[in-house]
Every structure is written in structure tokens, then in C-alpha cells.
Design a protein around this ligand. Structure first.
Ligand code: ADP
Length: 212
């Protein structure tokens, strides 16, 4: 099964992916994590992508596709949650081509709809584990012990792009490039919209109901 999670930055894509992979056998392909890994490992694509990520902008499609291709060479999954890819109409075509080669298709596209005021609260309170990438929120989803990852015991960190200035750029990028993709799916009746202003557990229940 291929499931696409779509939504603004901090709409809950990462959180819902974590809940889903705890429940059933899904591979989680987080494009943001792949981009960050490429940057940390200083791959050719990563070196070119760095400045875009640092500015809160989307990385060019040519770099995204080469990162995905390299990633998929070593990861042959069947059930995938696509988190953060596709983010524009061209990337949607890329995904369909990738899946067609594997005799697969997109099964569900879930749009996590969230109001802007909540985005700021979620992003500014977001902290991640540098080891396992698990995402916490100091208000909505705190770790058991303040500032420490429940699983790894590592000290949690803020993401460099989770600051006020960059949130504004990321929302602008979303509105310019990803919103047209949402409209495109909506027109074709491919999208299931879920109210992601609700508590993450309720959002999760709605997703599970849909996947049943
Ligand atoms: P968020 O969903 O909160 O914006 P992500 O971790 O998914 O965070 O992405 C972080 C950054 O990685 C983006 O701002 C962008 O620079 C880059 N990125 C991730 N996915 C894509 C994509 N599909 N296309 C282009 N750039 C991407």
C-alpha cells in the first residue's frame, strides 16, 4: 500500500507516520529526513541542497529525484508512507513513474488540514531526537523526562529551520508550490481531508478508520 501524507509544515505528517508505523508494517519515507541525511553525509545532492533547506525553500526537483532514487535502491519496501513527497505537481508525476516501475500505485492521499495559528505553536515547541528522529512537542507531546528522548535517552534538539523567520518562508513555499497539488488531487477526487487541528490521537483514529 502506498499512502501519501500531505499538509503544511507541522500539520502532523511526521507524528501520524510515527503512530502508523507503531501500529502496522509500514516503511516511513520522510523526504525531509532524506534531505537532512544527504546534507549530513555531504553527498553530491546534499551539498547542493543545503542552501535551499537553510533558507526554508523547497529543494529543486532534480536533486529530490536523485536522492529518492538512491534511497530506493537500497530500500525495497511494499507498504510505504510518503511523508513530504510529492510536494508539487511535477513530483507527483515522478512518484507515479517510480511506482509504475514497481507495478504499484498510490492507494490513499491524506490531507492533514490545519489552521495557521496552530502551525506556529507546533513548530516553535518542536524538538527532535538527533539519533532516532522521533519528534516531540514541549506542549502537545512532551517526552517523559524533560528534554530527553524516551527511546534513545539522547538530549533533544531544535531543528535549525524551526524558527519564526523560516516558518514564514516555509509557509510561503507551501502556498506557492504544494497548495496547487492539493487542489489538483481535490479536483480528481483523490484526496481525503482530515481535520488536523484535533488532538493527534483523534486524527490517528480517523486515519485508521479510513485505512480499514
Ligand atoms: P516540514 O514538513 O515541516 O516543512 P520536512 O522535514 O518535511 O519539514 O522538510 C524540511 C525541508 O526539506 C523543506 O523545507 C525542504 O527544504 C526540504 N524538502 C523536504 N521534502 C521536499 C520535497 N519533496 N521537495 C523539495 N524539498 C523538500
Amino acid at each position: 500500500m502506498n499512502l501519501i501524507l500531505l499538509g503544511m509544515p507541522a500539520s502532523g505528517k511526521g507524528t501520524q507516520s510515527q503512530l502508523l508505523i507503531n501500529k502496522q508494517k509500514f516503511a516511513h519515507i520522510s523526504m525531509g529526513d532524506i534531505v537532512r541525511d544527504n546534507i549530513n553525509n555531504q553527498t553530491k545532492s546534499g551539498l547542493q541542497a543545503k542552501k535551499y533547506l537553510q533558507e526554508g525553500k523547497l529543494v529543486p526537483d532534480s536533486l529530490i529525484i536523485s536522492m529518492i532514487e538512491v534511497y530506493l535502491e537500497t530500500h525495497k519496501y511494499k507498504n510505504i508512507i510518503w511523508d513530504g513527497f510529492p510536494r508539487n505537481i511535477a513530483q507527483n508525476t515522478m512518484l507515479n513513474d517510480i511506482l509504475a516501475k514497481r507495478n504499484q500505485k498510490v492507494d490513499h492521499i491524506i490531507y492533514l488540514k490545519v489552521k495557521k495559528s496552530l502551525i506556529y505553536k507546533r513548530i516553535l515547541g518542536r524538538k527532535i531526537c538527533p539519533k532516532c528522529q522521533y519528534t516531540y512537542n514541549t506542549i502537545f507531546n512532551p517526552p517523559k523526562k524533560a528534554n530527553i528522548c524516551d527511546v534513545e535517552g539522547s538530549k533533544l534538539i531544535f531543528r535549525k529551520d524551526d524558527n519564526l523567520k523560516m516558518i514564514k518562508v516555509r509557509i510561503k513555499e507551501y502556498n506557492a508550490k504544494t497548495k496547487p497539488l492539493v487542489k489538483y488531487y481535490q479536483k480528481q477526487n483523490l484526496l481525503t481531508s482530515i481535520n488536523s487541528n484535533q488532538d493527534s490521537k483523534i486524527v490517528f483514529q480517523e486515519i485508521c478508520r479510513l485505512l480499514k
